[in-house]
Write a protein that binds this ligand. Structure first.
Ligand code: ZN
Length: 97
């Protein structure tokens, strides 16, 4: 291995410990829930999940999306993140009421 490749690998190791450098613009994932697997997508600034909760509630989130947002927290802008440690949901623009 040449020295420039070694340098790149060292830099990659450093970067890998700094997830805040990364901003995810889209995500597509299969989430294995307790009973079933669900398809989660982040596209054009909106999350979707194929589970029943997501489609039947107007809140625009579900436990799968929230869990994934938590896993990816440092790579998501605040607007695409629901802080599950906070008591109240962050006010999302576009909610009614
Ligand atoms: Zn879901």
């Amino acid at each position: 291995m040449n020295s420039s490749m070694i340098g790149k690998i060292e830099k990659a190791h450093r970067y890998a410990r700094e997830p805040e450098r990364v901003r995810l613009s889209c995500v597509e994932a299969i989430f294995q829930g307790s009973h079933d697997a669900y398809q989660i997508r982040l596209k054009d600034g909106h999350w979707t999940c194929s589970c029943h909760t997501f489609s039947s509630h107007a809140v625009g989130t579900c436990s799968h999306v929230m869990a994934l947002q938590h896993m990816l927290a440092e790579m998501l802008p605040n607007s695409l993140r629901y802080d599950i440690d906070a008591e109240t949901p962050m006010a999302a623009s576009g909610t009614t009421g």
